[in-house]
Design a protein. Sequence first.
Length: 81
Amino acid sequence: MKRSAAQYAELSRLLDELLAVDESARASWLASLPAVHERQRSILDGMLTLDNATAGRKLDALEAQLRSSARAVRALCERAW
């Protein structure tokens, strides 16, 4: 579905407002949007979910790198002693 410039402007405004809200209160903020913003609510929710999923994947990758590095450091230390 194509969106108009006005729809993007409204979505941008709502996203700015949402991101200004503390992360723990964002779900409540979304739920309190008037019915006229139902379509934007689902889009914003998807954006936040995508953002959280992306952040989760990045944290998982970082954890794997740290674990790998820790194993390498242990191996080097064992060889040195």
